[in-house]
Design a protein around this ligand. Structure first.
Ligand SMILES: *Cc1c(COP(=O)(O)O)cnc(C)c1O
Length: 474
């Protein structure tokens, strides 16, 4: 059942109803088509499938469970078409290996996921493509200065981690358009509910669907969404393979696809050859997650802002990197691009350094200590000793990762329970604070005074709530 009204349906309606329920038996949920392949109806239909891409043949080249999620995500991101892959990393790999040839070049923001950075510096480099990095990501001149003739893609994250830099997408999209180069945005931390980069001029959106899109933390997946506005006429040299007159007349085929040639190329020529096909079961689970995306993200965003504000006032805290706080350098950019809030992943740097951070991680009970984000459960991680371990000290500092920095991904628990958990953990942090670093460590008396201030008391509920679940449950 499609949505047929004369005005475009809203986000929450589309996250449930866009492109669902097409099977003849009319199951309400999209079934899990857990099959390696599909029977051809006739001698001719096999040939039509191979030559014209009609119908389903083999799950590596297409599966209805994956297609349902692809069409939903294309709609939610305001794109033309999407490809679901087995992970966020494989979505990036398919896109970059597809668009950037040997001898090609990428200009990327410095503020990107560590896995993406390694993909560029090791794997893409091994395939013969170089990358230059921009630190001052909202200065168009900084991007222009690094673009060369061989540049085939600009890459950035809409919201980055750990500093929570917010990209001024329109400014960078303008630079990309001037040069006829696609701007690829990793929109994992924002989600299409909070921000849709294609509406601001970006050309391709990538997600790790393992994070907010699924939300339940039980599956990996990735997605590539294309704006369908590829113009082979502007820079015909940029995708020479789309112009190849192959034995089967591919050139004519690509031309007939017009603005969709780029995503068709990634779908037909790149993704099935590299082979990171999502399991139909994973596709189903991601689709289930997306149905509640707006509810979860709204709740997580509100919870995160309360936790961030609370931490900002805490005597054990040096700084909080959350763009909704007026102290954040991208606060103004965030106000323009993220009217519904800045998501729920941010970092907090403790005054007590590494020892305090370690004690906090070891003391939390509601927060889960793990490397993941966007889950309905609240998560905590110490980046300097994990995700950013390979970085030099100065690189880490440039990225806002200090010995006392912790990354939080806020879930949908009752926010007072999160604050109480952090309060208890921060007290352990203050006790453990590095004795060589006393200037930055709050004294237990500071913590006590803060604890008793009226503001703090309003958040914390010292009395156990009768009839509610006991501590052990969490
Ligand atoms: C997790 C993540 C990725 C990688 O996605 P996987 O699904 O883990 O492969 C890429 N970009 C960002 C911003 C991420 O958070």
């Amino acid at each position: 059942m499609g949505i047929e009204t004369d005005r475009p349906a809203g986000f929450a309606t589309r996250q449930l109803h866009a492109a669902d329920g097409t099977a003849a038996s009319r199951p309400r949920a999209v079934p899990i088509h857990l099959t390696a392949g599909f029977e051809f109806g006739s001698f001719e239909s096999a040939s039509e499938h191979f030559y014209g891409g009609v119908g389903y043949g083999y799950t590596r080249t297409g599966n209805p469970s994956a297609h349902a999620v692809e069409r939903k995500l294309a709609s939610l991101e305001s794109g033309a078409e999407a490809i679901l892959t087995a992970s966020g990393q494989s979505s990036l790999a398919v896109t970059l290996l597809g668009l950037v040839p040997a001898g090609g070049h990428v200009v990327s923001s410095t503020h990107i996921y560590e896995g993406t950075r390694s993909l560029l510096l090791q794997n893409l480099a091994q395939a013969g493509a170089a990358t230059s990095f921009v630190s001052d990501i909202n200065d168009p001149e900084a991007w222009r200065a690094l673009i060369r003739d061989e540049t085939r893609a600009l890459l950035a994250e809409s919201i980055s981690n750990a500093l929570n830099r917010i990209l001024d997408i329109r400014v960078v999209a303008q630079v990309a358009a001037e040069h006829g180069i696609p701007l690829i945005i990793d929109n994992t931390l924002a989600t299409p509910f909070l921000l849709r980069p294609l509406e601001h001029g970006a050309n391709i959106v990538i997600h790790s669907a393992s994070k907010f899109l699924a939300g339940h933390g039980s599956v990996l997946g990735g997605v590539i969404v294309d704006d369908g506005r590829f113009d082979a006429g502007t820079r015909p040299d940029h995708l020479p393979r789309l112009g190849d007159a192959g034995p089967q007349g591919e050139a004519a085929l690509w031309r007939s696809l017009g603005g969709r040639a780029r995503i068709a190329y990634l779908r037909d020529v790149v993704a099935p050859r590299l082979g990171p096909t999502p399991s139909p079961l994973s596709a189903f689970l991601i689709g289930q997650g997306i149905e509640t995306l707006s509810l979860r993200v709204r709740e997580q965003t509100a919870n995160a802002l309360r936790v961030a504000r609370w931490l900002q006032g805490h005597p054990g805290v040096q700084s909080v990197d959350h763009p909704s706080l007026s102290t954040h350098p991208d606060h103004d950019v965030a106000a323009r691009y993220l009217p519904l809030g800045c998501g729920s992943v941010f970092t907090v740097t403790l005054k007590g350094g590494l020892a305090a951070a370690r004690a906090v991680v070891d003391s939390v009970k509601v927060f889960t200590h793990m490397t993941h984000l966007g889950d309905v459960r609240s998560l905590i991680l110490h980046p300097a000793s994990t995700s950013h371990l390979q970085r030099s000290l100065s690189e880490r500092e440039e990225l806002g990762v200090y010995p006392g920095t912790l990354r939080l991904s806020i879930g949908i628990e009752d926010v007072d329970d999160l604050l109480a958990d952090l309060d208890h953990a921060l007290r352990a942090g203050a006790r453990a604070a590095d004795p060589d670093d006393q200037s930055r460590a709050p004294s237990p008396r500071d913590v006590e005074a803060w604890q008793n201030s009226p503001d703090t008391r309003a958040f914390l509920r010292p009395e156990p709530r009768s009839g509610e679940r006991s501590e052990e449950g969490v």
